[in-house]
Design a protein. Structure first.
Length: 446
């Protein structure tokens, strides 16, 4: 697990009263324009307190805090749409994710990242993106004499803004930036690439202290390049990342915004259960320890099913979630290059996991095995929906199957409907109806 100097700030609650008031004021103008949600003007802390060189580190730490909350929410909500998780509630507002019938007015659009069982995604990611861009703008106007570690701060804020846009590009039909026009996934991913490039440049300028953020941005740019079909660029960036690199999103128990929502929505409160396809994953007869799932017969879930399939990848409310890893970089290389390079990477990962070696040099088999490795390595960390969309993976249960479809855990007949084929979140109504640069008659789906 990597460490970086922002982790040392985490001992102070960034979502304290002071921080909430300051950020509300700072973000008030953009929310007024975007009308994503109503924000009351703070009464105690003026926005200018953060638009000051002495507060630069706090400004970037706030970007990190908002991104980490959004990221954990995305891991859960996108996990339902991608089949990693099933809904386990009687709340019809959540069924659309699991059923793949998401509507533009569903809670993913306007809600915050810690709104109970109705976690938001679009607004939290948009806030984190704005935070990062705003911090970079301020930092670029200040000098090295005014701000210690200025290059590293710019790199870090740019990287978080880049990852916010990456998730929007991978998981949404479209989005907008700063009340701008409707942007389709390729444009969102291009925008993410620009921010990762800035992060790479600035982290390089920071020298040794910027190595973690440099690798974070390299993985991010390789990821967006792969999404955009730029395999040469993806391969080149991924090869620069050390195999043992890991950069985590951090979580804690001090308040609801700091919780690991994967753990909170499954292990702490039974809002979800692990999806059928992910309950008994094994390779060549050996259970894959990268997808640890146990059945707890004592749990009664909120939809009255008795028994829950629980994930054990994250074992506490403060467990970190990997954001970028050397494993991801190596699997990008494996996917792009194939052949013996891919076989060697696969077997290295298998050796580390205690799995039997892979021995098949058929190109189609290698391709399928790389996908399996991604499925296992990136379980419940926000990658699966992007892979479903990028690779056109088969949907399970198939479109048209009665919902729910879980013969192993009966008792869900109160739900109903049929599984759909939506694998991207539509443009939320809050954006469509309130952004003057997007006609209200715009079709919100893909």
């Amino acid at each position: 697990m990597t460490s970086h100097f922002f982790r040392r700030i985490r001992v102070m609650p960034l979502r304290s009263v002071l921080w909430t008031a300051a950020m509300a004021s700072l973000l008030g103008s953009v929310f007024a324009c975007n009308r994503l949600l109503d924000v009351q003007a703070p009464s105690r802390v003026p926005a200018s307190i953060l638009d000051d060189p002495s507060q630069a580190q706090l400004l970037v730490a706030g970007t990190q805090a908002d991104f980490e909350c959004a990221f954990a929410s995305y891991a859960v909500v996108s996990g339902m749409m991608a089949g990693e998780l099933e809904d386990a509630t009687l709340s019809a507002g959540r069924w659309d994710y699991d059923r793949r019938t998401v509507q533009s007015g569903d809670p993913f659009g306007p809600n915050q990242c810690n709104d109970g069982s109705f976690l938001g995604v679009y607004t939290p990611l948009s806030i984190a993106r704005y935070d990062g861009d705003h911090a970079v703008s301020d930092l670029q106007g200040w000098t090295d004499e005014q701000v210690a570690d200025r290059h590293l701060l710019i790199a870090t804020a740019s990287a978080y803004a880049g990852y916010s846009l990456t998730l929007l590009g991978e998981g949404f039909c479209s989005a907008a930036i700063n009340v701008g026009p409707q942007l389709m996934p390729p444009a969102l991913l291009d925008s993410a690439t620009v921010r990762f490039t800035t992060a790479i440049t600035e982290a390089t300028a920071a020298g040794a202290s910027g190595s973690d953020v440099l690798n974070l941005a390299l993985v991010g740019r390789a990821r967006t390049a792969l999404d955009l079909g730029n395999t040469a660029g993806a391969d080149a960036d991924a090869k620069l990342v050390p195999a043992d690199f890991e950069y985590d999103a951090t979580y804690g128990s001090e308040n609801g915004r700091r919780e690991n929502y994967v753990y909170e929505q499954i292990n702490k409160s039974p809002f979800n259960t692990v999806g059928q396809q992910f309950r008994n994953i094994s390779y060549d007869g050996t259970p894959d320890p990268r997808v640890p799932v146990v059945f707890n017969a004592a749990v009664r879930m909120f939809d009255n099913r008795v028994g829950q399939f629980q994930q054990m990848k994250y074992t506490s409310i403060d467990a970190p979630i990997p954001l970028a890893t050397g494993t991801e970089a190596r699997l990008i290389v494996a996917e792009v290059e194939g052949g013996q390079t891919a076989i060697d990477i696969i077997n290295s990962l298998h050796a580390a996991a205690g799995l039997p070696p892979y021995n098949n040099n058929n190109p189609d088999s290698i391709k399928a095995q790389v996908l399996y490795e991604r499925t296992a390595a990136f379980f419940l960390d926000g990658h699966r929906l992007g892979d479903v969309n990028r690779l056109g993976l088969p949907l399970f249960p198939a479109t048209g199957t009665p919902y729910p479809s879980d013969p192993g855990t009966p008792g869900t007949s109160a739900k109903g409907g049929f599984y759909g084929q939506t694998t991207r979140f539509p443009l939320p109504d809050k954006e469509r109806f309130n952004n003057p640069n997007i006609p209200s008659g715009t079709v919100p789906g893909c």
